[in-house]
Design a protein around this ligand. Sequence first.
Ligand SMILES: [Zn+2]
Length: 169
Amino acid sequence: MIRPILRYGDAALHARARPVDTFDQALHQLLSDMAETMYAAPGVGLAAPQIGVLLRVVVIDVTVGKKRGELHELVNPVLVSCEGMQMEEEGCLSLPGFNATVVRPTRAVVKAMDRDGRDIVIEGTDLVARALQHELDHLEGSLFVDRLRGIRRDVIVRKVQKLRRAGKW
Ligand SMILES: [Zn+2]
């Protein structure tokens, strides 16, 4: 089922998500809904808080479903190491219409669990590394704008506030 994606300003996007401790049918359904919602958007990643579920669950597919086996389901992910630095334009499904150049690592290693609670490790470079860090940030209640400094952040936040006042957000 495709779920509505919350936008910047919704409380669920700015809170810390809690770990998953039950690997049941409800979790499997959540993961399936998240992938379906991400592909429909379309996007390369989605974190559970973006659909209002405050759990540490993330899906990533940098091919947006075009290549089989590229969907990563990560439960309770933890960044174990990262290196390098890349600067690319980045957006977020919770901030439609906005993007900015964000500094990210070029390589990231994340430890997580799969939908059945088995330990997995995912190592990503370039766009995958960027997506990993972006989605893990969501679990801390942080969006890409929060990694911007000063005026670059203020410009986006002010535009969102203006849209919200106009009832267009
Ligand atoms: Zn995002």
